[in-house]
Design a protein around this ligand. Structure first.
Ligand SMILES: CC(C)(COP(=O)(O)OP(=O)(O)OC[C@H]1O[C@@H](n2cnc3c(N)ncnc32)[C@H](O)[C@@H]1OP(=O)(O)O)[C@@H](O)C(=O)NCCC(=O)NCCS
Length: 129
C-alpha cells in the first residue's frame, strides 16, 4: 500500500544575480522553495519536517548559496514555519503579489544562506559542541 500524499513541495533553481565576469560562478546558486499541506493535516509539524529536509537537500546536495521563500504578508502559518526552520525575514514588499481575489497584497521574502545551515535548534542543540 502506498503512503497517502498530504502536501507538496516546490523547488525552483535559478542563477543568482552576478556581474558578467563572474556569472558562471552564480549559475544555479539560488533556489526558491514553496509548500502546501492538506488543511486536514495541519498542526502536527509535518510541513516543518518536510521543509527542513528540503533545505538540507538544497545546501548539502545541490550546494546552493541561498534559498528563498515568499508568502503573503498575512500568511502567519507560513511565516511561523519559515522562522521555525531558521530562515530570516529579508523583505516586506508592498502590494507586490496578486491574490486570487484580484487584490494586490503585501508579501514577505525569507532567506537562508549556505553558511547559516544548519541552524541551531533551541532545546535540541543547546549544550552540544
Ligand atoms: C503553511 C502551512 C504548510 C503551515 O501548516 P502547519 O500545519 O502550520 O505547519 P506544520 O505542519 O509544520 O505544523 C506546525 C504547527 O504544528 C505545531 N506542531 C505540533 N507538533 C509539532 C512538531 N512535532 N513539530 C513542529 N511543529 C509541531 C506547531 O506548533 C505549529 O503550530 P503553530 O504555527 O500554531 O505554532 C499550511 O498552512 C499551508 O499549506 N498553507 C497553504 C499553502 C501556503 O500558504 N503556502 C505558502 C506559500 S509558499
Amino acid at each position: 500500500m502506498s503512503a497517502p500524499i498530504i502536501g507538496d513541495l516546490m523547488l525552483r533553481r535559478e542563477d543568482a544575480w552576478a556581474q558578467r565576469e563572474v556569472a558562471d560562478r552564480a549559475r544555479g546558486m539560488q533556489v526558491e522553495v514553496g509548500w502546501a499541506l492538506d488543511p486536514a493535516r495541519e498542526g502536527h509539524g509535518y510541513a516543518t519536517e518536510a521543509v527542513r529536509e528540503l533545505l538540507r537537500y538544497c545546501f548539502e546536495e545541490l550546494h546552493v548559496h541561498r534559498v528563498i521563500a515568499n508568502c503573503f504578508a498575512g500568511n502567519d502559518a507560513s511565516a511561523r514555519l519559515m522562522e521555525r526552520v531558521g530562515m530570516r525575514r529579508e523583505t516586506y514588499a508592498v502590494r507586490e503579489a496578486l491574490h486570487r481575489s484580484g487584490r494586490w497584497l503585501d508579501s514577505l521574502v525569507y532567506a537562508m544562506l549556505d553558511d547559516e545551515w544548519p541552524p541551531a535548534r533551541p532545546g535540541r542543540d543547546q549544550g552540544q559542541d
